[in-house]
Design a protein around this ligand. Sequence first.
Ligand code: ADP
Ligand code: MG
Length: 236
Amino acid sequence: MDTGVFRAWITAVAAVIEANRDHLTQLDAAIGDADHGINLARGFTAVLAAINEPPSGTGAATPGAVLTLTGATLISKVGGASGPLYGTAFRRAGKALGTAPEVGLPELEEALTAALAGVQQLGAAREGDKTMVDALAPATRAFSKAIAEGASQAGALAALASAAAEGATATIQLQARKGRASYLGPRSVGHEDPGAASTALILAALRDTASGDTGAGGTGSGDKATENPSARDAGA
Ligand code: ADP
Ligand code: MG
């Protein structure tokens, strides 16, 4: 996966967040303060501008740089809990990728692990607390498992995205113990956590963007292809 894939992923995230802005805000209206979709849409609009027109000297010329710039922009543009948390996640992921021009599954696994660690370090949420961690943690675990079992890039990314979606849905039955929703106590039960829902959207966009790529061990690693509709489906 080269820089083009990461730029395409972040571009797709901006689109899917915009398309789901009202939905995410409605989820937050039920157990928070009705701003999650608005927060993220504003943040990713700024991210798009930043990666397409990076300030001189910063650039977004490697996968790591794309993610680091995404994180830094979210931190500076998004208030509330989710800005610093997603900002940290993307920055940690970017740092983990370093300056490599292309990354494969093991590097992406490291980046996701670093992102999760950053979110948990900052927000101190554990699985079961009804936060974005309930999507990100099982997704990262499923991704690692798929890689260990020799899955293709498409297969590992499919496992990542489905585990995130399942984790987000499973937050419905949980009582919030972190963030604004925790103020509601037992009344937070019965509603999907907005941050877990947005995490599932972000990781689904990664699957959709990168799973057509042949990836580690595949052919065409020297290509500059970003989205290659003719790329062979590596199979799941
Ligand atoms: P705010 O709660 O400040 O209004 P948002 O509405 O943008 O911020 O984001 C709310 C989401 O942030 C929650 O749905 C939850 O997933 C996530 N969140 C809140 N607190 C934490 C935390 N301590 N750790 C992880 N995620 C958290
Ligand atoms: Mg909110």
